[in-house]
Design a protein around this ligand. Sequence first.
Ligand SMILES: *Cc1c(COP(=O)(O)O)cnc(C)c1O
Length: 594
Amino acid sequence: IAKDIILSEKQLSTWGNNPKADLQIISKKKINGKTEVKSLYKNKTISFTIPFTDSASIENALHCAASMLFLGYDPVIIKKRMLALCQVAMRLELKEGINGCSIINDSYSSDITSLSIALDFLNQQKQHPTRTVILSDILQSGRKTEELFTEVASLLEGLNVDKLIGIGPEISSQRGLFSMQKSFYTDTEDFINRFDFASLQNEAILLKGARKFAFEKISRILQQKTHETILEINLDALIHNLNYYRSKLVRGTKIMAMVKAFSYGSGSFEIASLLQYHHTDYLSVAYADEGYELRKAGITLPIMVMNADEQSVETLLRNDLEPEIYSFRMLTLLEEAISNYNGGLPQPVKIHIKVDTGMYRLGFELQDLDKLTKQLMDNPMITIGSVFSHLAASEVRFHDDFTRYQIDLFKKMSEKICSQFDYKILCHILNSAGISRFPEAQFDMVRLGISLYGIASVENEQHALEHVSTLRSTISQIKKVPANETIGYNRQWKATKDMAIAIVPIGYADGLSRRLSNGIGKLFINGHPAPVVGNVCMDMCMVDISKIEASEGDEVIVFSKDHPITELAHDLGTIPYEVLTGISRRVKRVYFQE
Ligand SMILES: *Cc1c(COP(=O)(O)O)cnc(C)c1O
């Protein structure tokens, strides 16, 4: 529906293998690091060569070719320009560094385009007061040094870089062009020997160096030593998923992104900054503390707090956080806090009224509404930002009649409230599964949760989402276990024949449930399932690798794109929500953007 409305006046053009596509791709052959494409456009065969073989680059190039054809470019020009494309291999990673710094390591390419993309990413990191760039000479740009670094200097200034560390003779020779705090070194060794690393404190640091400068030596010093189990989060995938759900909305419908419980385990400000950068309308957290953390990290989006309590009302008011009000007790607490506020509040507090439409969790009921609206009308220091409710079984087809009943009741309850006020109040009821299954109930806003993090709540939608989180570890040690020996605590596993096991540094304190012990769960090594043997320990576990070729140091996958978290959740008899939010804070989160 949304698509029809938004696109009704646009001309659509398509490309693909399908003969019905405007630009039909007939064949793609990979030869000598290039891809030869044969295609059909308006009954004419068009062939061209793309100088890449990886599928993402090919897809990008085909988008370009298609766009150029639709815009009327001559195929001869397309052919020529395709050959002139060069690879932008980029993979931006955000890692925790020493002294409270965050490190963005981008030493895969060094040219001005990738520098500006990386700077953009740096600029999104509002959680640190200082933004620092460590930059080497830019090699083979084919441009005059001064002209090149004049452009670099204006890029750095435009993106609010506070500090520059230049490494290399060329950048050093242009030091006069830079107006921020700066220092220069002749090469990486010189920098490592002379630089006082303790002087970096609570900064977002971009490391950008040509390969020759071996910046990995610097990143090793800057990165905090981590234990080997990490949760890797693909930020591009998250944005893809955001936009996928955005495309399902009637134009003008807002999105509230649920970032409660540490963004379903994937991080706090890291995720919130990204969502803010991509123009999400609202964020929602469970507790005031979570909201406070986001405000401290520079998040300016409106934030709804779902479980504000007595102790945290003050935090709410001080940090421009908007409480969910679900009961008269809560409302009274808020009113008291407002009237006791030191010096008086500068402006009314925005609240979100939760109504219960049949889930029997928090919320006002129908018979409360007259009293509620009266009390709210009498208090000029409170305004209503939204009225909302929550669906109990939006993903379960069997309960669809009940869901429709909830939606109807919500309509009735929200109208009863909204009609009493002369300003716009947002109404919302849909969560992820609701967005997919009840498009007619979008109202003014939807609340996107689990599916933002790549887990479809409707089975046939999984393919449309991109995979976000991968939990991986490594093999610490491999052992042979003779038949009849026992493995692990309480000797619960007995080897029935000679076997080989791997010890992996992830345990129940990391979020690998102890219920996975003794064959219930499995990890994946070199593509093969390795069943857990013995009891999962606090910090590690043992897996059976008798049938797998593996060495110490090899990667171990707990869940990934190919080994879905839904299966792990199934083995555990739970849902992905519990697995994701159960990954403990000591597991390092590593973020990347392609
Ligand atoms: C967690 C939550 C959501 C999001 O639900 P998903 O199923 O993760 O999309 C929406 N609304 C409320 C009130 C929630 O608590």
